[in-house]
Write a protein that binds this ligand. Sequence first.
Ligand SMILES: *Cc1c(COP(=O)(O)O)cnc(C)c1O
Length: 303
Amino acid sequence: MSIRFADLAASPLQKLNSAFLEQADIQLYIKRDDLIHPQFGGNKWRKQKYNLIHASEQNFDTLLTFGGAWSNHIYATAAAARHFGFNSIGIIRGEKHTPLNATLSFAESCGMQLHYVSRTEYRKKHEAAFLQDLRQQFGEVYILPEGGSNALALKGCEELVQEINHEIDRPFNVICCASGTGATLAGLVKALNPEQSAIGFSALKGGEFLHDEVRNFLGDDPQTSNWHIETAYHFGGYAKIDNKLINFMRQFQLQYGFALDAVYTGKMFYGLFDLIKNKHFKPGSTIVAVHSGGLQGNKGFGL
Ligand SMILES: *Cc1c(COP(=O)(O)O)cnc(C)c1O
């Protein structure tokens, strides 16, 4: 099996224009990773790319991974597996509910085999013994961790910065992304030069834990301090939403012409606009925000 990426172009970089940004004297660009591919775009694709190349080089024909019932990663893995000719197995947290929700029925329509495990079992997803059991049960499978977050994932996210550097006419000062495991942020940080900085907006309550996660992903790299986590924009926790967030997302779409997802990018843009409003950034700054996709998850909220 060989992986051919020729049909996947770099994602566009789009400048946002509004009176708000003009008054704040901020140049804001959006890296539209949501447009890479209708089904497996976003940061999940960035994280998968080098994993799929590696899996293919090692002659694996089946991918196995983990996720919740509305997981963007399950959705993207199922779609990418079908596109590139892998079999796929999804280990799903919790009980099976029929009819399947939109995410899981899409995954199944891509040929993904779904296996449900209890929440207690699911917590063992990083344990060697549990992974060994899965290999025994399913044979020679290439295991992607939850969210696709591993060392090879960082490499795909580094590429995102390299793409931006080609697309933009001046170096950016700050890059922003939404954070769940911190792998995307770590990949971005690796590709920055020391004058640039990165902000990860935590999609989870208690986002302070992401500092250590990002450090772990960065591993032996010289420890950099040109990044931080914004922990105040979680809206009550992972996948929690309220009217303030939904109204912001509606306004945003009306004004700028594209949709955000409620779990990650809606919260990031809310936070970023709040920071801009509060003059967190030097006037004249150039900021890039990554639209990491995830729009399929909006169905879980009836959006
Ligand atoms: C998974 C996901 C993230 C979080 O990425 P991490 O690498 O886990 O921090 C951000 N945005 C979207 C849309 C996602 O699906």
